[in-house]
Design a protein around this ligand. Structure first.
Ligand code: BJW
Ligand code: ZN
Length: 252
């Protein structure tokens, strides 16, 4: 049951922010960043693979991991959590979706998120930054290292178009996300461990600006203390139920 104070806040909210992490895609079969991996990848820590140093040291290992993940995403479908977020955008005056995810499941559910950590589908040259065009839509990738393609301009190695540890987030996206957080009435933090900065500041900014912060997560996170509401459960079950309870006519 959604707390009645949250139902009232949502019904009267003008600006809502939804901030998502890997947990929103978990029920689509995409492993979260901190989940144990399978096969070859179980030997590696994602925290160690998601760096420029790792790519310099072993580009085939890192490119192979990202192609394996891209294949998983290409074979997955958005789940009820992604669809509930897209639906919520039609029920409130203004909804801003901010995602840390590099998959495209929000887009495929009908949303247009602000992307903080890039995309699996926008590779570019590690050396000169040139974009690499569109990758095949349905990669068939073995569970093994894979040499990255070469840049057409400088013959450098093509890297995934994501933001690795130690790299700056795209400035415009981060500014837009911080602005939305400062001016919203309600912020949902969905399926994120709230430990990776600067993204983890977003709910904190919203709370300090007077918004009600609602966390949707089966587990505890460092945001628990600051969140006004902690809805313990999975995104694909909590969000559709929240929508039904908030906006179905018989409940009004
Ligand atoms: C469910 C669920 C279900 C499961 N339903 N929920 C301040 C303090 C300390 C450190 C720093 C700081 N500022 C910067 C740093 C350093 C660093 C950092 O934050 N380190 C921390 C680990 C300590 N940050 C950076 O390096 C950033 N860059 C930077 O600061 O640059 C400075 C600079 C400025 C100017 C010039 C140059 C440099 C960059 C951070 C980039 C993060 N990139 C990654 C990889 C992207 C590509 C890829 O995917 O491979 O982004 S790391 C990884 O973490 C990925 C994610 O987007 C991000 C967040 O993870 P997320 O989404 O929270 O996933 P999980 O797995 O952690 O959690 C899943 C959650 O879901 C769990 O809570 C589950 O319970 C839950 N869940 N099932 C709902 N069904
Ligand atoms: Zn190049």
């Amino acid at each position: 049951m959604t707390p009645s104070e949250l139902l009232a806040r949502l019904r009267s909210a003008s600006r809502v922010v939804v901030f998502t992490g890997a947990g929103v895609s978990a029920e689509s079969g995409i492993p979260t960043f901190r989940d144990a991996l399978t096969g070859l990848w179980s030997k590696f820590d994602p925290m160690q693979l998601a760096t420029a140093e790792a790519f310099r040291r072993d580009p085939a290992l890192v490119w192979g991991w990202y192609e394996w993940r891209r294949a998983k995403v290409a074979g997955a479908k958005p789940n009820a959590g992604h669809f509930a977020i897209a639906k919520m955008a039609s029920l409130v005056p203004l909804l801003t979706l901010i995602t840390q995810n590099v998959d495209d499941l929000h887009e495929r559910a009908g949303s247009d998120p602000i992307r903080l950590h890039g995309s699996l589908f926008a590779p570019r040259c590690f050396d000169c930054g040139e974009g690499h065009g569109v990758l095949p839509a349905s990669p068939i990738v073995a569970d093994e290292p894979l040499e990255p393609p070469a840049c057409a301009r400088c013959a450098g190695k093509i890297r995934p178009g994501v933001v690795w540890f130690g790299e700056a987030l795209p400035g415009e996206a981060l500014d837009a996300a911080f602005d939305a957080a400062r001016s919203c009435d309600v912020l949902f933090s969905v399926g994120t461990s709230s430990v990776v900065y600067p993204a983890a500041e977003i709910p904190v900014i919203a709370a300090r600006s007077g918004a009600a912060v609602v966390q949707v997560n089966p587990d505890r996170t460092p945001l628990d203390e600051m969140a006004r509401f902690n809805l313990r459960g999975s995104a694909a079950s909590v969000l559709p139920q929240l929508l039904r309870e908030t906006w179905s006519e018989e409940n009004r």
